[in-house]
Design a protein around this ligand. Structure first.
Ligand code: NAP
Length: 335
């Protein structure tokens, strides 16, 4: 048990204070014992994954921060399919690299996303036309309300765009491992504009080339978290009614849009509007928007959670007053 480490060094936005204590757990029984202890003495117990989607508050934080260190990977091959069960503590991109090296298709478009495997179902991570929900089979999860481990099938997880049951009820569940089903047969998903531009129409890249291409595209648009504070996309790309889109389009005639399900709603790249509103590269002292991507908030020396929140509120207000769109944050306060 330790108490010196600050969330500033454990989160990619590089802000935050010092929790009452830190703990790492490597076995399910250790997790259960720790949760029972903290529940008994009234200490709030918060699980931290890769720290890449959280905005930690400053000061002495009245909570325990727990990191799940389950690093196990189990593989079961079944004909052309492969079931990979992965511990929550494995880095997401290490998992993607491992599956790509083995030639198992399904996760390659999700290359270079920061964070851990345990955090991936919470957010239903997605990129370039692929979402975790498409390959996720099940997860072992500790349910703090019923104090027992459960196996959730993917259909139980209420997956939606950047959301799931675990996101809707964040304090209740602790993800211990996640199983994904991948294919030995190629299944390329290259329809996104950035991918078409990179690979060229009609090309048939190998799985390693798809991963390499996505890493190169992301390097060009997203900042390097080892150099600058950021949590990637700070807001979700909004899904709005067609009617609302038609209104916003009058103001931004070139605004791209993508039809959702039955065509009554559309998803819009909010970075486009943020750029038109002048936020690309805009900076208020220690907080700003990245100069290569208007949806990516970045922090500089001296940033605090208060400054990040104030900057985000300024953007939310500006988008709502100019378009009526109420932005939803991907990044959540912690604890
Ligand atoms: P982008 O490729 O410029 O796309 C911006 C928006 O347009 C996204 O909402 C994207 O949908 C949508 N879009 C673009 N082409 C589309 C198509 N052909 N069909 C349907 N929708 C389309 O996004 P970016 O900011 O550079 O990010 C690259 C990818 O990484 C995106 O897929 C983005 O969503 C993803 N990403 C995910 C996370 C996360 O999981 N937390 C964080 C950062 C970025 P989608 O969002 O559905 O892809």
């Amino acid at each position: 048990m330790s108490s010196e480490r600050s969330l500033q060094t454990a989160t990619t936005l590089r802000v935050g204070g010092v929790p009452r204590f830190w703990e790492s757990v490597t076995s399910p029984s250790q997790l259960v014992t720790l949760i029972q202890q903290t529940d008994a003495d009234g200490t709030a117990c918060r699980i931290l994954g890769g720290g890449s989607n959280v905005l930690a508050r400053e000061g002495a934080l009245d909570c325990a921060v727990v990191e799940i260190r389950n690093q196990n990977i189990a593989v079961e091959e079944d004909g052309d399919m492969v079931l990979v069960t992965v511990g929550a503590g494995v880095l997401w991109d290490d998992l993607v690299g491992f599956t790509v090296e083995n030639g198992w298709w399904g996760l390659e478009n999700l290359s270079a996303i920061p964070g851990t495997v345990g955090a991936a179902p919470v957010q239903n991570v997605g990129a370039y036309g692929v979402e975790l929900s498409e390959v996720c089979v099940s997860a072992h999860v500790y349910d703090r309300a019923h104090m027992k481990f459960l196996t959730f099938q993917a259909s139980d997880m209420q997956f939606a765009y950047r959301s799931s049951l675990f996101k809707r009820d964040p304090l209740r569940y602790v993800i211990w491992d996640v199983a994904v089903r991948l294919s030995k047969k190629p299944s390329r998903q290259l329809a996104y504009k950035d991918l078409e531009a990179y690979f060229g129409t009609g090309s048939i890249p190998s799985i390693a080339e798809v991963r390499g291409g996505i890493m190169a595209i992301r390097r060009g648009k997203f900042p390097d978290i080892s150099i600058i504070g950021t949590a990637g996309s700070f807001f979700k790309n909004p899904i709005i009614s067609r009617e609302m889109y038609e209104g916003v389009q009058k103001q931004f005639p070139q605004l791209p849009h993508y039809a959702i399900e039955n065509d009554t709603a559309v998803k819009i790249p909010i970075a486009y509007i943020l750029e038109q509103l002048g936020y690309k590269g805009h900076r208020d002292n220690s907080v700003g928007m990245h100069d290569a991507h208007a949806l990516v908030l970045v922090t500089y020396d001296g940033a605090t959670s208060i400054a990040v929140d104030a900057f985000a509120k300024k953007i939310e207000k500006s988008v709502e007053s100019s378009t009526g769109i109420v932005l939803e944050r991907e990044v959540q306060f912690f604890p």
